[in-house]
Design a protein around this ligand. Structure first.
Ligand code: 5GP
Length: 190
């Protein structure tokens, strides 16, 4: 997606060796009209996939998933990262090691919201080592639902997540794939 690449170059900044900060439009401030283009593009790519629900993870995935859902016209379910008294007792659960926070946390989805009739599209903002996506995939499996694909806004192609998921036979659609990045330069695969 050309406009996404231009925005990453213009508004993104590289932190250390492998974190891309895009707080200006995706992870802190949200550029809603630009997210509309992203949502429309995911909907176009998965239009024939018969999706019944979009699954994402709080917090940054929610905005992208919700806008995509407006085009696909299905509900969004987001995995919660924190225990809460008002969460149901019957849960699908999995563990995710957070790349940006350096710690492992539980993700949880109430069994009310996914079942074995669902065809799931997973959406997330970034793909790095694939831990978040694999944790969500495990939740889809616990529900007995079908994973039809994964939509990622920015994949860091120099980290192994994309290869792990594609080698597992999963359809992964990333709108921008970064080949290499450093403080001065970001090079895209596509
Ligand atoms: P993974 O689980 O694939 O290792 O990492 C994906 C998750 O970590 C995403 O949900 C995203 O929130 C976060 N993440 C990974 N790499 C980056 C990055 O370079 N920048 C930002 N902003 N988030 C990242």
């Amino acid at each position: 997606m050309q406009r996404l690449k231009e925005k990453i170059i213009k508004e993104g900044s590289v932190q250390g060796s492998n974190i891309l900060k895009v707080d200006n439009f995706l992870n802190h401030q949200i550029d809603v009209s630009f997210l509309n283009e992203i949502g429309r593009e995911f909907a176009r790519r998965f239009q024939d996939a018969g999706i019944s629900k979009i699954l994402t993870i709080e917090a940054s995935g929610i905005a992208v998933a919700a806008i995509t859902a407006q085009y696909i016209k299905v509900p969004v379910v987001f995995a919660k990262k924190t225990e809460s008294k008002n969460l149901d007792q019957n849960l699908y659960q999995s563990e995710v090691f957070s790349f940006t926070k350096g710690k492992t946390y539980q993700i949880m989805v109430s069994s009310k919201y996914l079942d074995n009739n669902d065809r799931i599209l997973i959406i997330d903002d970034f793909l790095a080592n694939g831990r978040a996506a694999l944790g969500l995939k495990e939740i889809v499996e616990q529900a007995g639902a079908e994973l039809v694909g994964i939509g990622i806004v920015i994949e860091k192609g120099f980290q192994p997540g994309g290869a792990i998921l594609r080698e597992a036979g999963i359809r992964v659609e990333s709108l921008a794939i970064i080949k290499t990045m450093s403080a001065g330069e970001i090079v895209f695969e596509k």
